[in-house]
Design a protein around this ligand. Structure first.
Ligand code: PLP
Length: 238
């Protein structure tokens, strides 16, 4: 069997187990594959194995792989830091932007969407670990931010996204995910439809599933390790 397909079986098993342990339905947790640095052919193997959600961190990689894989329908989410000068390109290829984290970006997104006479699905990214190195709106400003973004009628808020703390202390990791869940409850009570909770990665997604994740994002557990450290993707310009 193709190694990617083999890894996917293992991940699907882990998801099933975690959902059973948490008393949740396996079908309520989507698997998004984080495909940064992964060549299109490897992604094709995952698509052929039945996966449908792919996430890219860099606009250029999103564009290249979307072109290479255009004959296989799949969801393309943008999960990296989005610079506002890349908005038109990301809109051309992505069907959801999970990393909306500042008002200036939302404003420019709205303006461009108006110009193109269309709408876009987004998640709001929250910095639940409070690490300086990470992007995302501060948790205490998240509700006010969501209420502002909701005023932009071309932007459809669908969920919340976070990158949890990297730590062997699972209690600290869990805290991040619980915080995002609580923000979701607070926002839905205010009528903001943040039904998706995108949280959990290769090393910790069981915790995220216990805390209510509806979408987990895995890269290394499917495709193997990457040449660049993750800080290369998360801290640019920080
Ligand atoms: C790379 C990445 C992931 C996946 O990380 P792994 O540890 O490889 O599973 C998830 N989310 C974001 C935003 C990423 O950049």
């Amino acid at each position: 069997m193709n190694p990617v397909a083999e890894n996917l079986l293992l991940i699907r098993e882990r998801i099933t187990k975690a959902c059973a342990a948490a008393g949740r339905n396996t079908g309520d947790v989507k698997l998004l594959l984080a495909t940064k640095t992964v060549p299109a052919e490897k992604i094709r193997a995952a698509l052929e194995a039945g996966e449908t959600y792919m996430g890219e961190n860099k606009v250029q990689e999103l564009a290249e792989k979307a072109e290479a894989l255009q004959t296989i329908p799949h969801h393309k989410h943008f999960i990296g830091h989005l610079q506002s000068n890349k908005i038109s390109l990301v809109l051309k290829y992505a069907d959801c932007i999970q990393s909306v984290d500042r008002l200036s970006l939302a404003q420019k997104l709205q303006t461009r969407l108006e110009f193109e006479d269309r709408a876009m699905d987004v998640f709001l990214q929250v910095n639940t670990s409070y690490e300086q190195s990470k992007f995302g709106i501060a948790p205490e400003h998240a509700l006010a931010f969501a209420l502002q973004v909701q005023q932009f009628e071309r932007i459809r808020i669908k969920g919340l996204m976070t990158i949890g703390l990297f730590s062997a202390e699972t209690g600290q990791v869990r805290k991040c995910y619980r915080l995002l869940k609580n923000l979701q409850l607070e926002m839905t009570a205010r009528g903001i439809p943040v039904h998706e909770l995108s949280m959990g990665m290769s090393g910790d997604f069981e915790i995220a599933i216990e805390e209510g994740a509806t979408m987990i994002r895995t890269g290394t557990a499917v495709f193997g390790s990457r040449i660049h450290p993750d800080s290369y993707y998360w801290n640019e310009n920080k």
